[in-house]
Write a protein that binds this ligand. Structure first.
Ligand code: SF4
Ligand code: SF4
Ligand code: SF4
Length: 472
């Protein structure tokens, strides 16, 4: 017997090597250590490196291994992996390792570690940190200057260490990690899920090792370090797929399930919290800007208002920051005002429009994530050709200078833009299907009243992606 027949997917733990891997005492630490070493190597390599004179920073970003790996390969892959498989990146994340290590150190040293408050647990700070990062991307070109990327990596490691030291129970992941909301929102429909098997086995279980607080500080077979309730797990939102509950469960009742996307057995929230709503709004603006950046005409339309503003007030020195505020602040407000009106067209009350944002946030996040995947793919295929050059010349100065003066040609995109555009449009169309389905599962009675905003956002994204390959 299982919790529910609809919970069923394929339990990957039935495959012996996978079971052995998850049960291995060094799992996931060994992968986290490797990722940590890569992180630190990149931070050291990028330290103090700025684009050489005469080379545009966009080209240098692709030539230097630090920016290439972090922003051109890892970031797009993380978006894809999150949407397809939930929070599996968290399994190997080096920041969790650092936070875990410093939490243990703090405990050993007798630090009175704090419990994460409700406010921090809500994700407010994560949304703020995410906004700051996006502003730094637009204003300071964080993603194009290795020195800044290096500082960014060091700040993340430092923050993880500090938070872990002063807070308990995986506080960094639950209230501070800049990608926590992104992974938790995009990863809800992921095909990989940790779930309990039989209800009866859990009910009859006397040990409850997956929950018992006394197991929380162990190295192997901890009770859930994220303070989740593994027997009742019914969402991917907060589960980091760390496998600790699988190890701790003596009756061997936890499963690692591979299942269809957006499995109907998962719990759906009828509406999102405000931090998640605001986060999805910000990302929708960021993703629109990113999609437009692949098509010159679309980009000039997207940036028309901020550019006129910058010109009018002679603010070109802070132009990037203003464009950042536009992309994640002003434009999303305008966009969501329109989407809100479409959702509440029979109401003339502004509060109804604003309230509808919370009902729209999670279903629209599916379309936003599809757009994000499309952009991630476009970026990945156009940047990955630089990897062989970056492996030979990690700092990228010689490569970028040679490419800039046309001594060597820049590598072509792995896939022609026409194909990328088709795949991108298919992603957005698939996103609409799952978005409507998510809305229906969350609010079966009223979901049909909010179809128009989903269609509108999807048309906008699909049109821009179409423009990449067939108009731009
Ligand atoms: S929540 Fe953030 S810090 Fe924690 S494991 Fe996931 S990516 Fe790493
Ligand atoms: S230890 Fe295993 S069987 Fe016991 S409650 Fe937890 S998941 Fe269920
Ligand atoms: S539920 Fe299990 S896999 Fe998920 S975070 Fe908790 S211990 Fe890790």
């Amino acid at each position: 017997m299982t919790n529910s027949s609809s919970f069923q997917g394929f339990n990957l733990l039935k495959i012996r090597p996978i079971r052995a891997l998850i049960q291995w005492p060094l799992y996931p630490y060994i992968f986290q250590i490797i990722a940590f070493m890569v992180f630190v190597s990149l931070a050291v390599t990028g330290w103090g490196h700025y684009p050489p004179v005469g080379v545009v920073d966009k080209l240098y970003a692709k030539s230097n291994i630090v920016n290439l790996v972090i922003w051109g390969l890892w970031w797009p892959m993380m978006v894809w992996v999150a949407v397809l498989f939930g929070r599996v990146w968290c399994t190997v994340c080096p920041l969790e390792l650092v936070a875990n290590g410093s939490e243990r150190l703090g405990r050993r040293l007798g630090v009175g570690q704090l419990i994460l408050g409700k406010w921090l647990r809500s994700g407010v700070l994560i949304a703020v940190i995410y906004a700051i990062i996006q502003l730094c991307v637009a204003g300071a070109h964080l993603h194009r200057v290795p020195a800044y990327t290096s500082l960014f990596l060091c700040s993340l490691l430092g923050m993880a260490g500090l938070v872990g030291f002063f807070f308990k129970d995986r506080a960094f992941c639950r209230g501070f990690c800049p990608v926590g909301l992104l992974l938790g929102t995009y990863g809800r429909g992921g095909m990989l899920a940790v779930r309990a098997g039989s209800n009866q086995v859990c009910n009859a279980c006397t040990g409850k090792d997956c929950i018992m607080a006394c197991n929380r500080t162990r190295l192997y077979g901890r009770s859930c370090p994220s303070l989740l309730n593994p027997p009742k797990l019914n969402s991917n939102r907060d589960c980091l797929v760390c496998g600790q509950c699988i190890k701790s469960c003596k009756p061997d009742n936890m499963q690692l399930i591979l299942r269809r996307p957006f499995h109907p057995a998962d719990i759906r929230e009828p509406f999102a919290s405000w931090p998640v709503t605001i986060f999805v709004m910000m990302v929708s603006g960021f993703v629109t800007g990113e999609l437009c950046s692949e098509w010159k005409t679309a980009q000039s339309i997207f940036l028309w208002i901020p550019e006129r503003f910058i010109e009018h007030f002679s603010l070109s020195t802070v132009g990037g920051w203003i464009e950042g505020v536009w992309a994640i602040g002003v434009y999303p407000l305008l966009l969501w005002f329109v989407l809100g009106i479409l959702a509440a067209f029979n109401s003339d009350n502004a509060f109804v429009v604003i309230r509808s944002w919370r009902f729209l946030a999670l279903p629209l996040a599916v379309i936003v994530s599809a757009g994000h995947m499309a952009k991630g793919m476009a970026k990945f295929v156009s940047w990955v050709g630089f990897l062989p050059y970056a492996c030979i010349d990690p700092f990228g100065i010689t490569t970028a200078s040679a490419m800039s003066s046309k001594i060597i040609r820049q590598p072509a995109s792995l896939i022609p833009m026409t194909i990328t555009a088709i795949v991108g449009m298919l992603l957005v169309i698939t996103g609409v299907y799952f978005s409507v389905r998510e809305a229906k599962l969350a609010n079966p009675e009223t979901y049909h009243q909010r179809l128009a905003p989903k269609i509108a956002l999807a048309i906008l994204f699909a049109f821009i992606v179409f423009g990449w390959g067939y108009i731009g």
